[in-house]
Design a protein. Structure first.
Length: 261
């Protein structure tokens, strides 16, 4: 069945009146691939939206300036600004990776929110999965996947403090662990978009996929009837997406973008 791709060009301005809230409903605010373009004014806009809509602010990686296997001499400002915005969780991207745990801590260790990566092990402070509670009491289970930076068994593992595991194996384990702990299951997928269909097959209970790493400037959604919605928000901290999910039905209302200025 073909994928339905929507450009989702409609924007929601900051002064627009929020929709009527349902206590069985949770609102998510999705950002991704900020690439160090998050500014204090944009962080304030995210904070205002989060408070206005009682939303959970979730980032899906590559927020910082440093490239993949490198660190900057200063702490990453994007993490500090996400703290100010009230970020609730972050799925790590390849920019957040370093093969030494000390470097991982320098890049993102000042986060005041959970850092999640299901297919990376051995990093203190990074969770394989997590459950966050919405203002209405909905338990949202998060699993997250980043690109495999060092293939299992590669000789470079001898220099690394941490280890990658097959993401498919990690997805099955995370889904099993979250099944009894969460009302809704959401995946943060910072990998190749072509792998998303495989994730859907492995974890059919996923209600929503928040994607990154596509390196597309235009935000869009993808959906095949009977499968989860997939949200891409583009690069550069220009927009975020408001998404509403209902529990226990698991229905998803997608599509509207927020212009961050």
């Amino acid at each position: 069945m073909p994928v339905v791709r929507s450009p989702q060009s409609e924007t929601l301005r900051l002064n627009q009146r929020p929709e009527t809230r349902d206590m069985r409903q949770v609102c998510l605010l999705h950002t991704s691939d900020l690439h160090d373009h998050l500014t204090p004014s944009r962080a304030a806009a995210l904070r205002a939206l989060k408070e206005e809509h009682q939303a959970l602010l979730i980032d899906t990686g590559d927020a910082i300036r440093a490239p993949n296997v490198a660190v900057m001499p200063w702490r990453e400002r994007a993490i500090s600004l996400l703290n100010e915005a009230g970020c609730d969780a972050m799925g790590l991207g390849n920019r957040e990776y370093f093969f030494r745990n000390r470097g991982m801590a320098w890049k993102t260790g000042h986060a005041r929110f959970p850092r999640v990566c299901s297919n990376l092990t051995g990093v203190p402070g990074v969770e394989c999965w997590t459950v966050i509670l919405s203002s209405g009491g909905v338990r949202v289970g998060l699993m997250a996947f980043m690109p495999t930076m060092i293939a299992p068994g590669h000789w470079f593992e001898r220099l690394s403090d941490n280890r990658f595991r097959p993401w498919q194996e990690a997805a099955r384990e995370a889904a099993s662990a979250l099944r009894e702990q969460a009302d809704l299951l959401v995946a943060l997928f910072h990998r190749r978009p072509e792998e998303i269909s495989e994730l859907m097959a492995i974890c059919p209970e996923i209600k929503l996929i928040l994607a990154g790493h596509a390196h597309e400037t235009e935000a869009h959604t993808e959906h095949v009837p009977g499968t989860p919605y997939v949200s891409f928000v583009g690069e550069g901290a220009r927009q975020a997406r408001l998404i509403r999910l209902r529990s226990p039905e698991g229905t998803v209302t997608m599509g509207r973008l927020v212009d961050l200025g």
